[in-house]
Design a protein around this ligand. Sequence first.
Ligand code: ZN
Length: 76
Amino acid sequence: MTVRAVYRHVDWRLTVDPNDDRPQYTAKCMTCGDIAELSFRKAAPEVWCLRHARRTGHQRFCTGALSFLIATCADR
Ligand SMILES: [Zn+2]
């Protein structure tokens, strides 16, 4: 009998990154893919969308908050 692979179960977990524990907001233009810089201010991406629309005529955007996580291996 030949062993082709050895599988080892390892637990991983996600925790909030202590260096980035506040959510940041951004927006993306759905027409050209341009992305607003991350901001701690919720209104900043909305202002970016309006400026981008005025400059380009693009009208569709997605926006949201990003949380930053760290994946750590339980065996380390
Ligand atoms: Zn655009």
